[in-house]
Design a protein around this ligand. Sequence first.
Ligand code: ZN
Ligand code: ZN
Length: 434
Amino acid sequence: MAAAAPSSSSKGSLREDLTCAICCDLFREPVMLPCMHHFCKPCISRYWRGTLGPVSCPQCRKEFHSKQFQTNFLVAAMVEKVRATTSDSYTKSLEKKLREMMESHRQRKENFILGVRKDKDLINVINRVGTDIKTRIKGEFQALHQILEEEKTSMLEQVTREQEEQLEKVQRHLEASESAITDLEENMQVLQQFSSAVDNIEPAELPQLRPFSHVDRVHHFDVDAFSNRYLAPLQYMTWRRMFKSLRPGLSPLTFDVDTAHPSIHVSRDKTAAVECDFMTQHACHSKRFLQCVNVLAAQSFHSGRHYWEVEVGSSAKWDLGVASEAVDRRARVKLSPENGYWTLRLRNRSEYWAGTQPWTRLQVSCSPQRLGVYLDCDERKVSFYNADDMSLLYTFKNGPRGKVFPFFSPCISDGRHGLQPIKLLHHPAESLHG
Ligand SMILES: [Zn+2]
Ligand SMILES: [Zn+2]
């Protein structure tokens, strides 16, 4: 407000300067007398009316020999300006303008306050999510550390146990040998006494001696056998055992032949499925896909977290993911979550799509040979990874409820490219039992 003060006071003094000393109002048709004083033309005319001789200035009393004045257009213009800027309508419009400016400032401030609040909320969200993720990571690593710690403890205990067994054997042998030495020394003493007295005493029988104690042969300890078991590729052995303890680890899936479309040939070990141009005469089964070239895994999931990997090689086309148990196997349906399918698909060798409705095109830099599918039943999420480098390709947020099966479709080949099977990957650690 300090800035406005000089302007209003200067305006006030200007108004005073432009006020007629006779009528005490703003000049009307201002005129200037030879003494340079100004008055309204009507005021000075009325003031001098009736005077015939010399006249005087009402302000400075200076006398003039005749009624003379001249119109001052500059002052007239200034008076008009002051009159205009102090008029009611002008003041009202000015007030309106001020109110509008105030309102626009208030509005802008309100928007910024809203933006600040949003930013602060966002900061909280980012911090919370970051903390959650870190807690989760710590938990996962804690679990890994625990597995390793348990492996280490168990292995060290085993070495200690074997070491103690060996020591105990040697200790027993040592004690037996020492006891035998004592026996022999005592016998030797008795014999010595007997021998020195043999001339003085009558011939008698030999003294009573302690019997020889039997001590087994010296214990054989096979250093190599003891150490070789532990000097094996220890880290790799431990890692393989650890692999089995991973939660979730790699689910060892197999194809369910009873679900396979007649054009799909499943390998004898049920880990490879390929589309053929001849129909296999399968037994009729209510689980079988009859329209689409699909096949399910024999394993199903309805709770917990599960991960599996699929090798697709350099196929030009495939679909894979999860399917609800209830999907219609007899009809040709679009693979979308609405129809019970959460899938990733490849078309034309290099176009990757998420099986949403409509499809979502994915930017995948290099063609993965292996795909990872991560199913979190509890959080209802299905994620797809490039299993070559474990980069995330896509996540379905509204995943399935209830029982689902891993789903695969080698699609119908166009004949130009060799038939490429879809392979279910099993890690070798799976065969390492115990
Ligand atoms: Zn006047
Ligand atoms: Zn004067």
